[in-house]
Write a protein that binds this ligand. Structure first.
Ligand SMILES: [Zn+2]
Length: 288
């Protein structure tokens, strides 16, 4: 599956629920930081040929458009178009950002009813506003965990490093109207489930179809960025609470493997859709 082909991935889950993958551009992240505590000798073979001269890996900004009979939901917004030139070049960010990406995929951003974000780091919450400061999804309820908003706009210098606070302050009131406090059904069949770990208020999004042969799709956010994230112990250096990540991953990945859920990886550029299967004391990601 190539970058452009991936926009075309979609799947009916039953009962009028359909999920489409929309990639809102790419950026690059330090390879060692992505693999956190894992020694390079173990991960190097997994990324052969993918590391650039600055030791970085290409990362996609994977978003999902979920259509249900009760409304449309967007999962994640990517980096957006408001990031400054310095941030853009440091991260080697290349669009299109989510609004033109949605239009290319055939969706009008003005029809999105709910925007759910796994967390509020710059590469997930950056697309809420257009360049002129207007709301990119004017009628949408914004769903992130209340705890995530509090951490993101707090003062802990270690925790706030991955948030762009001036931007988040611009959307705080909009976000506060819709924030979730714990597990919640945001549309019939679509729920957000707090996980913590990567960030204190990180959440997963689970989409369930209806009827015979109904499917389940899980988006575990940055707890499951890339194929190697299937190992619960392989957490990134960006995880603020790595032990919580390991616990949440073990529990959720068990459900996903045992119940055969479709899993969409948050930053995988080439094979973002697959399933998790049990593999000894861990899991293995098998792309579709
Ligand atoms: Zn991310």
């Amino acid at each position: 599956m190539g970058l452009n082909d991936a926009v075309d991935w979609s799947r009916a889950l039953g009962g009028g629920v359909r999920v489409a993958l929309v990639q809102a551009g790419t950026f690059r992240s330090d390879a060692g930081a992505l693999l956190g505590p894992v020694p390079r000798v173990l991960w190097d073979p997994l990324v052969t040929g993918e590391i650039d001269a600055e030791h970085r890996l290409l990362q996609a900004l994977n978003c999902l458009l979920v259509e249900t009979r009760a409304g449309r939901l967007l999962v994640e917004t990517g980096i957006g178009e408001r990031i400054d030139d310095k941030g853009r070049s440091i991260r080697r960010y290349e669009g299109p950002w989510i609004v033109p990406a949605l239009r290319t995929a055939g969706f009008d951003p003005g029809t999105v009813d709910v925007v759910a974000m796994s967390h509020l780091h710059f590469d997930h919450a950056g697309g809420l506003l257009a360049a002129d400061g207007s709301r990119a999804f004017p009628r949408a309820r914004i769903v992130a965990q209340q705890k995530e908003w509090e951490i993101a706009l707090g003062e802990n210098p270690r925790l706030v490093a991955s948030y762009i606070q001036p931007e988040l302050r611009l959307v705080r009131d909009w976000g506060a109207e819709g924030w979730a406090d714990g597990e919640e059904d945001v549309l019939p069949g679509v729920s957000v489930v707090p996980t913590g770990g990567h960030s204190a208020g990180h959440q997963a999004v689970i989409v369930r179809g209806w009827g015979r042969s109904a499917g389940v799709l899980a988006f575990f956010g940055d707890l499951c960025m890339r194929p190697w994230s299937a190992n619960p112990r392989w957490v990134t250096a960006f995880d603020d609470f790595p032990l919580d990540s390991v616990t949440a991953k073990s529990e959720l990945f068990s459900l996903a493997a045992d119940e055969g859920w479709i899993v969409v990886l948050s930053h995988e550029p080439r094979h973002p859709v697959g399933r998790l299967v049990r593999d000894r004391d861990r899991f293995r990601y098998e792309p579709e």
